[in-house]
Design a protein around this ligand. Structure first.
Ligand code: C5P
Length: 375
C-alpha cells in the first residue's frame, strides 16, 4: 500500500533534474581541465540528479516509477490516474457487519487429549449482526469500546484478542481502535464474540493487508477461538475438529428464523464438561443434513436439525428450552432446536410473516426474540 508522503514529489523532480544535470555536466567538463575537485563536484551533482529521479519521480497515487523525466503524458502508466488529480488519503477506518450463526446440527464425537472435544456441526450465518468499526489510530496499543451490552473491553474480549493475533502474525504495531455495537445476545450459542473477532480480522485485512487470503485469515483466527474461523467466510459450512476444520457448503435453502433468548445464560466450557458425564442417545445424522443441503431440500434440512447439547442441560434449563421449542413449533416453525451451547432456541420458517408473528407471540419478560433470516 502506498501511504507515505515522499520527501519530494514528481513535479519538483521534473523542475530540478534537467538544470541539475546540466550544471553537473558543465562543472565536470570545466573541472577536468582546471580543477579536479570541481570535476568531482560536477559528477556528484549529476549523480544526485539521477538518484532523485529514481527515488522520487513516482506516481503520487500508486507510488510506482513514472519512467524517464519528461517522458509520457500527464497520466500514470501503471494506475492510469491523472498525475495532477488530488491524492486520496488511504483508508484509516472500516465498518463491517459481524453476523451471528446458528447450528443446524451439532454433534460431539468425543473428548481429545488437548481438553477440547471433537465436534461435527453444520453452521449457518443469519442476518442478526453486530456492527464493528476498526480504525488505525497511528498511535500505540489496541483500544476497544462496546455499546449495547455490558462487556469487558480488555483481552477477555475476542475482538481485542483477534486484533492482537493479527498484529503478531503480520508484524503490525500501530494503534488500533475497535468500536462494537452489540445486538447479538451473549452466552447464547450464536458466536457473538467470535463474529466480532472475525469482523475485526476482515477489517484489518482491508486496512493493512488486502492480499491476505481467507485461508490465511482463518489460520490466524484459530488461536482466537474455535468458532472464529467459521465466521471469517460465514454462509453454510461444515465445521469439524474443534471447530476450525471447515468445508464450505452450497448455500442452504432460505429460511426465516425466530431467535428466542431466554433470560439465563449457559457457559460453553461448563456445558462441554457436563456432556462428558451423560450418554448421548439422539445424534444428528450429519450426512443426511449435508445431502439435504446439497439437494436444496428444505424439508429434509428441517427433519435433520438437531443439537446433542440439549441432552446435557440440567433439568430446569431443559424444561425451559423444551417449552420454547414447543411454542415455536406450535406457531408454525418447520424445525426448532437450541443453537451451540445455548441458551438461544431458534425456529425455522419458510414464511416471513409467520416468523414475525411467532417472534411477537413468544416475546415476554423472560424471553427476548429477534427476527432474522439465513444470509
Ligand atoms: O475455543 P474456545 O475458546 O471458543 O472454546 C471455549 C471452551 O469451550 C474451551 O475452553 C473448551 O472448554 C470448550 N470447547 C471444547 N471443544 C471444542 C470447542 C470448545 O471442549 N471443540
Amino acid at each position: 500500500m502506498h501511504n507515505k508522503k515522499p520527501l519530494m514529489d514528481y513535479r519538483r523532480v521534473q523542475k530540478l533534474q534537467t538544470p541539475l544535470f546540466l550544471t553537473g555536466a558543465l562543472l565536470s567538463g570545466v573541472g577536468t581541465s582546471v580543477s579536479v575537485p570541481l570535476a568531482i563536484l560536477g559528477i556528484a551533482i549529476m549523480l544526485f540528479a539521477i538518484v532523485i529521479g529514481v527515488l522520487y519521480y513516482r506516481c503520487p497515487h500508486c507510488g510506482r516509477p513514472l519512467g524517464r523525466v519528461g517522458e509520457g503524458g500527464s497520466y500514470c502508466p501503471h494506475c492510469g490516474k491523472a498525475l495532477d488529480a488530488p491524492v486520496e488519503a488511504p483508508a484509516r477506518s472500516v465498518s463491517v457487519p459481524a453476523y451471528a450463526k446458528l447450528n443446524l446440527t451439532l454433534d460431539i464425537l468425543g473428548k481429545r487429549n488437548d481438553g477440547y472435544h471433537e465436534i461435527q456441526m453444520v453452521m449457518q450465518t443469519v442476518s442478526l449482526h453486530d456492527d464493528v468499526t476498526v480504525t488505525l489510530t497511528g498511535g500505540n496499543g489496541i483500544r476497544c469500546r462496546a455499546e449495547g451490552a455490558d462487556l469487558p473491553c480488555d483481552e477477555r474480549n475476542l475482538a481485542v484478542k483477534a486484533a492482537k493475533a493479527f498484529c503478531e502474525a503480520m508484524d503490525y504495531d500501530d494503534g488500533i481502535d475497535i468500536a462494537l455495537t452489540k445486538r447479538i445476545p451473549s452466552e447464547a450459542g450464536m458466536a457473538g464474540g467470535s463474529a466480532d473477532a472475525a469482523a475485526v480480522l476482515r477489517a484489518l485485512r482491508t486496512l493493512v493487508s488486502p492480499a491476505l487470503t481467507d485461508e490465511r485469515l482463518e489460520q490466524i483466527s484459530a488461536s482466537v477461538g474455535s468458532d472464529v474461523p467459521f465466521c471469517i467466510r460465514g454462509g453454510t459450512q461444515l465445521a469439524e475438529g474443534r471447530g476450525e476444520k471447515l468445508t464450505v457448503l452450497k448455500p442452504a435453502p432460505k429460511f426465516y428464523v425466530a431467535v428466542c433468548k431466554p433470560d439465563f445464560p449457559i457457559s460453553t466450557p461448563a456445558l462441554f464438561a457436563r456432556v462428558d458425564g451423560v450418554t448421548i442417545t439422539d445424534r444428528p445424522d450429519t450426512t443426511a443434513m449435508l445431502n439435504a443441503i446439497e439437494r436444496g431440500d428444505a424439508d429434509a434440512l428441517c427433519a435433520n436439525v438437531r443439537n446433542v447439547f440439549e441432552q446435557a442441560l440440567d433439568s430446569e434449563q431443559h424444561e425451559r428450552i423444551e417449552a420454547i421449542k414447543h411454542d415455536l413449533l406450535a406457531h408454525g416453525a418447520k424445525a426448532s432446536a437450541m443453537t451451540g451451547s445455548g441458551s438461544v432456541v431458534f425456529g425455522l420458517f419458510s414464511d416471513e410473516a409467520a416468523c414475525r408473528m411467532a417472534c411477537e407471540a413468544l416475546q415476554s419478560g423472560s424471553v427476548k426474540t429477534f427476527c432474522a433470516e439465513f444470509v
